[in-house]
Design a protein around this ligand. Sequence first.
Ligand code: SF4
Ligand code: SF4
Ligand code: SF4
Length: 307
Amino acid sequence: MSTDKPAEQSRPEKPKTSPGRRKFLSGMAGAAGCGCLMALGVGVYSHQASALAALALRPPGALPEAEFLAACTRCGLCVRDCPPGILKLAAPGDPVPTGTPYFTARTGPCEMCPDIPCIRNCPTGALDPKLEDINEARMGLAVLIDQETCIAFLGLRCEICHNVCPVSAEKTTADGQVERIKAITLEKRHNPRSDKHAMLLPTVHSDLCTGCGLCEKACILAESAIRVLPPALAQGRIGEHYLKGWEEKEKHGGSLIGPQQEFEVRGLEGRAYGDTRVYDGPPPRLDDLADPPDPEFFNGPAPGSEP
Ligand code: SF4
Ligand code: SF4
Ligand code: SF4
């Protein structure tokens, strides 16, 4: 009995590949693989580059995010020269475009070095050298994100975030006094729960806050109730077409529409203009009131009167 295998014998012989051709083909396969990985890398990178993660903050003076990414060469000199070492270069997998500098307020806030060495050592201007005063930096904005857990909003005493805030400036108050205030002030409110004590509520002033993150780091809660968010996340933007009447009035030194005609509202005849209070029974006539309301209470000061 023959042990020959006819099927195998009839299979056509594979064309022989020369060693040179094999090398060429494996080189091409390697290049294609690299190309795929690069495409994947670029895809991931551009996904990351579209927005800065909520808890990642750029160093002081960073240009707006898109311009910053274009200008930063990922050299790491700002990171090297940050004295407290809070800046990091993003590694692959971090929620920030790889190789770019950032810090996280809760674990390492910016200590606001007066000479701003991170900016002085940036060779490309991605950290704007025109920023000379660290108090003018806008790395982010502190936002009290949770009134349900903040100790002060619970009516208990905590003013740690206010105490650690290093930024303050002189401001003119409504009654013309000049006061030095911090970027976080404590606003006094009635405590409706105890009905006895005042609540001192931390309030951030966006025109002063540098976004250093010292308040977020210091918050005594297990998860901070105050967080510094990148500027684009922290604030809205009013449409260009909105004009604030009170600002326009101030700019023009008075009302833009001049004196207004006052019309009586039907059913409120005889009452001071603007007095829409609800009375039990028929509303008293203005002339009948023993203690008539001061018209200025409703109408503001009469034109030309002393303030
Ligand atoms: S100001 Fe100082 S602490 Fe803040 S990022 Fe720059 S070098 Fe670091
Ligand atoms: S981030 Fe906090 S501590 Fe820093 S300036 Fe703003 S309010 Fe003050
Ligand atoms: S430190 Fe935290 S808990 Fe205390 S007042 Fe500030 S935000 Fe509230």
